[in-house]
Design a protein around this ligand. Structure first.
Ligand SMILES: [Zn+2]
Ligand SMILES: [Zn+2]
Length: 257
């Protein structure tokens, strides 16, 4: 999977635009002149790989329990009017429990939702950038690199995303990495994109915490080599080879050795 030229920059620009607008809307609704809008670190997978298409990615922003400014007695309506002035297409939804009253807005492919809960009076705002295809479609049969340990050609295997088989009759969505293992020496690892560097993974036994917390499969998880971060904590990234669940790990190294 090679990156589509310019797609990363397009996604970054979409994120920055949405972040600015999000901050201005929070200011409008809460009166906070400099709200701390979260910075979404990495884009999430929004859709794709169901019909041989490449994955599409988006950034999302979410803030909840915001307190409306005095005088903003109907935040959804205030948001709707403000967004309309900014060129968004807006629909106002009355409360339909369990869904609160809110404003749904679109600008091109960007989406935004403002919700209010009458019982608490607090606000929730969620926004998404357009979905952008970041990579060329994955090749049906990626070219096997040589095993870093024993130089035999590696074997590609499909690792699905959790919940990727939710739609019957459709092939499940694959994890974004390209996964490889060695039939000779049991080496395991992945590439971010086909043709790029290989990242080795260490298989864990049940005793090492290798059982998957999500699907329960025993000794199914693998981790990256732990690394020391700037705060002198160890970090690693774990994946379940049965269900594709991944999670980051961070812990304090023990001082007694
Ligand atoms: Zn090998
Ligand atoms: Zn699992």
């Amino acid at each position: 999977m090679t990156e589509v030229p310019g797609a990363r920059e397009e996604l970054d620009r979409a994120r920055d635009r949405l972040r600015e607008l999000f901050a201005a809307l929070v200011t409008e609704l809460t009166g906070d002149p400099g709200p701390r809008v979260p910075n979404p670190g990495t884009p999430q997978i929004a859709a794709g790989e169901e019909s041989g298409e490449a994955l599409r990615f988006e950034y999302s922003l979410h803030m909840q329990d915001l307190v409306p400014a005095e005088g903003v007695d109907d935040p959804a309506r205030v948001a709707a009017e403000w967004l309309e002035r900014a060129g968004w297409r807006v629909a106002l939804n009355p409360a339909r429990p369990p869904y609160p009253a809110g404003a749904e807005a679109r600008l091109g492919e960007s989406r935004l939702r403002v919700g209010t809960r009458p019982e608490t009076g607090l606000l929730t705002i969620t926004a998404y950038t357009p979905e952008i295809r970041l990579h060329e479609p994955r090749s049906a049969a990626p070219t096997p690199p040589g095993c870093p340990r024993c130089d035999r050609p590696l074997a590609w295997f499909r690792l699905g995303l959790p919940g990727g088989h939710s739609r019957p009759g459709r092939p499940g969505r694959l994890r974004p990495e390209t996964w490889w293992e060695c039939s000779g020496c049991d080496w395991l690892g992945w590439q971010r994109h086909e043709g790029e560097g290989l990242v080795p993974m260490l298989r864990r036994t049940s005793a090492e915490g290798g059982d998957c917390y999500r699907c329960g499969e025993e000794a199914a998880t693998a981790v990256t080599e732990p690394r020391l971060d700037a705060d002198r904590h160890l970090t690693a990234w774990a994946v379940c080879l049965a269900c594709g669940t991944s999670n980051g790990m961070r812990w304090k190294p023990s001082l007694d050795r």
